[in-house]
Design a protein around this ligand. Structure first.
Ligand code: NAP
Length: 286
């Protein structure tokens, strides 16, 4: 019997998860279909409940439901609970278990594609939304020395810093919010080892698709600049960072690695990363 996995979000027309996940299922000759389940807010509870059907292995969850699905699930993995966001649901005998693979996908891409070990480093995080939460937890758990959280809406940066401080004692990381317009921002950026963009600035089909969150003049030439935005592959921020002489890493690797972690949770099989990466890249360049 064919089984199903899907992605739940709204809107979904630009998601490439169905393309690279299906390629991974087909590589292993699994009788599985990955579908896009575009879901209006009023339908969310019933769509989640339908995941309990025997033909469903699980789902991905994306914007805007990564936090809203938590109370609809039966169990949460510890990391997903700490982060407060779920992007992967696994169906096990009518129970729905929530995971967060964004965090692991981010770290794996940072280490493997960026050759960067975060322990003991100074990091600037732009943004304080769902992606920033997953990235912030990953970085503090990996024992960064300092994490500055910069966000347009300062109270969100303060709230994220407070949640991270609850786990930062163990890792001895210094976590603090910084207003976007702060005079000290330039100085903090100039001495960081890694700058991660977790805002949606520069994302294709968004009102800011031609904008970079920061200009080359303020970017650190000797640091790694990591943009979570993956569409387009070469974002305005990555162009500015290259101008400044920085090393860069785009969001595609994280997208594929988080998808690979989810793939393994649903199927138990080794994810064919190379194929998933090639197919995802092709889908983006058209
Ligand atoms: P979100 O929860 O909606 O958060 C959006 C963030 O962007 C907030 O911090 C928001 O600031 C900031 N922002 C948006 N427009 C802005 C503007 N014009 N000026 C300044 N700040 C602005 O979204 P998310 O889930 O965190 O996703 C953020 C980005 O990461 C998206 O582009 C998403 O595609 C990408 N992402 C990539 C991966 C991957 O695998 N590569 C995984 C997850 C997410 P305010 O708080 O002030 O509104």
């Amino acid at each position: 019997m064919t089984k199903f996995v899907g992605i739940i979000g709204y809107p979904l027309k630009h998601s490439i998860s169905p393309i690279f996940q299906q390629a991974a299922f087909d590589y292993h000759r699994l009788d599985l279909r990955y579908e896009a389940w575009e879901t209006e807010p009023t339908e969310l509870a019933s769509v989640i409940d339908r995941l309990r059907h025997p033909s469903i292995l699980g789902a991905n969850v994306t914007i805007p439901y990564k936090e809203a699905v938590l109370p609809l699930l039966d169990e949460l993995d510890e990391l997903a609970f700490q982060i407060g966001a779920v992007n992967t649901i696994v169906h096990r005998e009518r129970k729905l278990v929530g995971y967060n693979s964004d965090s692991g996908g981010f770290l794996q891409a940072l280490r493997e594609r960026g050759s960067f070990e975060p322990q003991g480093t100074r990091v600037v995080l732009l943004g304080a939304g769902g992606a920033a939460r997953a990235v912030g937890f990953a970085l503090v758990k990996a024992k960064v020395k300092a994490l500055a959280i910069v966000n347009r809406t300062l109270p969100r940066a303060e709230a994220l810093a407070t949640s991270l401080q609850s786990i930062s004692a163990e890792s001895q990381s210094e976590v603090y919010p910084v207003p976007w317009q702060d005079d000290k921002l330039k100085e903090i950026i100039s001495s960081c080892h890694l700058l991660v963009n977790c805002t949606s600035i520069g994302m294709k089909h968004s009102p800011t698709e031609t904008e970079s969150p920061l200009k080359a003049g303020i970017l650190p030439g000797d640091a790694l600049v990591y943009d979570l935005v993956y569409n387009p592959l070469e974002t305005p921020l990555l162009r500015e960072a290259r101008k400044a002489g920085a090393r860069v890493i785009g969001g595609l690797a994280m997208l594929v690695y988080q998808g690979a972690i989810s793939f393994k949770l649903w199927t138990g099989e080794e994810p064919p990363i190379k194929i998933m990466m090639e197919v995802a890249k092709q889908a983006l360049v058209g």
